[in-house]
Design a binder for this molecule. Sequence first.
Ligand code: ATP
Length: 260
Amino acid sequence: MSALAVRDLDAGYADFQALFGVSLDLAAGQTLALVGANGAGKTTLLMAIAGALRPWRGSISLDGTDITIAPDYQRARAGVVLVPEGRRLFASLTAEENILIPAGVRGRADPGPWTLDALYELFPMVAARRSHRAALLSGGEQQAVAIARALAANPRVLLLDEVSLGLAPAIVDAFYGLLPAIQAVGVSIVLVEQDIDRALAASSHTICLLEGRLVMAGESASLDRAALIAAYFGAPAGPADHASAGPGGAAPPAGPGGPA
Ligand code: ATP
């Protein structure tokens, strides 16, 4: 049974449809990378899974239990936790107070393996700054607090929306280096990542969205990189594809139909 199963999901905003019939499966401890150009629907899909956006059609289940219409706080208790783009920390609370929010507010007192000590071991940079206000932390420290806060909710499924955005490559490397420790306790991860090479390296499976539709899916180790980049841009795969300058690299933006 899949830890997370999404079936034929349609979702959008008012009368704008952002997702069209998206399906995915994720086993316990697996990592799925979600790639696609700006506006492809990646955040919308994470929000629908997290319960921040009610789908129009289709279903979402967690360990076989249908959670399609469960509100976000119920999903968080059930173990679906989102680290949103932009982190959304409480700026005037300390790092530690932010991390302890799931236990206090979501009513999920059991942190599972993610006690404060375990989190500080995972994120020594946060341990050193635990009593500093979030507003005074660097971007990398804030991102570490946001991930630690999500883990403190003892997630079964962790949704990471562009955690590397705006951070120095060395910090991003450090974050990705932590993923195996998180997977090792059975947490399934869906990560949105603009850098295709990072996405492929960090995940067991990758899916690509284009204008709200799933256009490619497969095991990350066996996906053809050039074909994935072509799918990302909505261009037909070919020998002149952007094999050396993909998303996250120096590729020029290409509109629908891709470069000539
Ligand atoms: P990005 O990489 O830029 O974050 P994305 O792949 O995450 O892009 P989404 O943010 O999911 O894409 O947006 C999908 C589509 O939905 C886009 O066309 C976007 O303009 C639209 N959209 C997103 N949020 C809203 C909103 N609150 N109201 C209306 N349309 C929205």
